[in-house]
Write a protein that binds this ligand. Structure first.
Ligand code: AMP
Length: 148
């Protein structure tokens, strides 16, 4: 479910073993004007690496390593949590396969290269700036410490 918020129903077992039905309303909505949505609609350009039915990949505008690619799903998903909860199995497989195609195309996948780092920032504490799910692929050199 996209755009209008997400309603989550869950059953909780409390200490007296009573079962409670919990209703949670998440008000996260997808912003159609985010920069990656505009790239997907070809309203602004990108340095495209790869595209198929499920993903678009392009070079990051402000590369942090020798190779810094982005892989984004074509569907409107805010972050990895939204994607995991709401994307179809086909879309999920498509994104994971897409990451591998791009890594191969850039010579970084472990079968032909020396590896890389795939990273997704999620929401505020994850430091996510663009609210359309994206994986960063860093490579072409040793990537270094995992977190600051
Ligand atoms: P994050 O902080 O995980 O949301 O990362 C957003 C990334 O998008 C940053 O690395 C930006 O440099 C990158 N970015 C922002 N605008 C563009 C753009 N027009 N084309 C390519 N990459 C972009």
């Amino acid at each position: 479910m996209k755009g209008l918020g997400i309603i989550i129903l869950s059953l909780e077992l409390r200490k007296n073993n009573a079962i409670f039905l919990k209703l949670q309303l998440s008000l996260m909505t997808y912003d159609d004007n985010n920069i990656f949505a505009k790239i997907l609609r070809a309203e602004i350009p990108c340095k495209k690496i790869y595209e198929d039915d499920f993903v678009l990949s392009f070079h990051d505008i402000n590369p942090q390593k020798k190779i810094h690619a982005l892989v984004i799903p074509k569907g409107k998903y805010i972050d990895l949590d939204d994607f995991s909860a709401n994307a179809s199995a086909e879309e999920i497989v498509g994104l994971i396969k897409g990451i591998n195609y791009v890594a191969k195309k850039l010579g970084m996948s472990s079968d032909i290269g020396k590896g890389y780092r795939a990273l997704a920032n999620i929401n505020e504490y994850g430091g996510q700036e663009v609210p359309h799910l994206h994986f960063h692929l860093f490579g072409g050199e040793r990537v270094g410490k995992m977190v600051e």
